[in-house]
Design a protein around this ligand. Structure first.
Ligand code: NAD
Ligand code: MG
Length: 389
């Protein structure tokens, strides 16, 4: 049994906590580092259970607080803080695996560092690939890293493709499923009244607040379209959005001979997490199988593009200049943050994103720094749009 050493970026989040639940049953894994932005007490509890070498927090004062608490418990975990520390624990030579589960653009630099250092990257942080797909995939290839998708749809597609991890000649279409979120059948006229809590009440999945809002606008599916193009080296025209309200089928691949292969399971992220942790083996995830005597209906339909305007935007972004994907993601992050803080209405999220795409410059991107500079500019542009509303 080869010992694996893992860093979990974003261990206090929804994906991070699910990862630790699965890891608690996996003796061939040692936890090397755990990271959180602000939640000192949850990170402390995780350190007590998993005894990592390093713990990282967003700010020095929080790190100091954690260090004092760890010392009082007699634990030897070393505490660091800030973005450079995230890169350090992602790229440390002792690390074999990195779970990239920070939400948003904040996860890009450490996820990229893991790719650059040739790790096995378990990628939940889809925004990293949306922002920096070309240079990220280059880094993976150059350093001989392994990139395994955690996002349930991409994990499903990866499983459906079988031996080849990218789209070969035999693939006709990828069918990217999505539940349609909490507002799938809400009367359109009622959408301008919805609150952050309404938007975060997802019918099937229990997730962080940002991705929950992304599911309500279907921006999540838009980001996933771009994510799939990079992961599987496939043009956007080969990917179709399919609404599937039950979230039992997690995506499908149609082959040229007419075969359609689907991956099914409970809507529980521990399944794709266990899959990538054990790949190419299989281990228990603590998730029950499906009871087909109770699965009375699996429904599928096409999304209403007028209800979810970001879906059409995602298609043009996916085939446009690469920098547009950075603006698309950055504008969404800024708009969602404003919506969650009740400074922007739900329907204005997609209007703000459209305005940012229309106004954005489209610089060439050659490096991570170019990507980060474009991201900073797009966030500033979006904030100006927000104040002008
Ligand atoms: P979450 O909000 O629950 O957790 C986010 C984690 O990132 C936390 O540990 C937080 O401390 C950390 N973090 C946030 N901002 C940070 C910053 N500026 N610097 C450092 N750390 C920071 O989010 P989540 O739902 O677990 O999602 C994580 C990622 O996984 C996202 O990219 C999301 O799109 C993706 N994803 C999530 C799910 C899901 O079911 N939750 C499914 C598929 C993909
Ligand atoms: Mg998903």
């Amino acid at each position: 049994m080869m010992l694996k050493r893992i860093t979990i970026l974003g261990s206090t989040g929804s994906i991070g906590q699910s990862t630790l639940k699965v890891l608690a049953t996996q003796p061939d894994y040692q936890v090397f580092a755990l990271t959180a932005n602000e939640n000192v007490d949850l990170l402390l509890g995780q350190c007590q259970q998993f005894k990592p070498e390093f713990a990282v927090l967003g700010r020095p004062a929080l790190a100091q607080d954690l260090a004092v608490k760890l010392q009082a418990l007699g634990l030897a975990t070393k505490v660091l803080s800030g973005p450079a520390a995230l890169v350090q624990v992602a790229a440390d030579p002792a690390v074999t695996h990195v779970m990239a589960a920070i939400v948003g653009g904040a996860g890009l630099a450490p996820s990229f560092a893991a790719a650059d250092a040739g790790k096995v990257i378990l990628l939940a942080n889809k925004e990293a690939l949306v922002m920096a797909g070309a240079i990220f995939m280059d880094a993976v290839a150059r350093s001989n890293a392994t990139l395994l998708p955690v996002d349930s749809e991409h994990n499903a597609i990866f499983q459906c493709l079988g031996q080849s991890s990218h789209v070969g000649k035999g693939v006709q279409r990828i069918l990217l499923t999505g539940s349609g979120g909490p507002f799938l059948d809400t009367p359109l006229a009622a959408l301008d009244q919805v609150t952050p809590d309404d938007a975060c009440r997802h019918p099937n999945w229990d997730m962080g607040r940002k991705i929950s809002v992304d599911s309500a606008t279907m921006m999540n599916k838009g980001l996933e379209l771009i994510e799939a193009c990079w992961l599987f080296d496939v043009p956007p025209e080969k990917i179709e959005f399919v609404i599937h309200p039950q979230s039992i089928v997690h995506s499908m691949v149609e082959f040229v001979d007419g075969s359609v292969v689907a991956q099914l399971g409970q809507p529980d992220m521990r399944t794709p997490i266990a899959h990538v942790l054990a790949f190419p083996e299989r281990v228990g995830a603590g998730v029950a199988g499906l009871d087909f005597s109770k699965l009375t209906a699996l429904e599928f339909r096409s999304p209403e593009l007028s209800r979810f305007p970001v879906l059409s935007m995602a298609r043009s972004v996916a085939s446009g200049p690469k920098s547009l994907a950075i603006t698309f993601n950055a504008a969404n992050e800024v708009a969602v943050e404003a919506f969650l803080a009740e400074r922007l209405s739900f329907l204005n999220i997609s209007i703000v994103i459209k305005a940012a795409l229309d106004a954005a410059e489209t610089p060439e991107l050659h490096s991570l720094d170019d990507v980060l500079a474009c991201d900073t500019a797009a966030r500033a542009l979006t904030r100006r749009i927000l104040t002008s509303l």
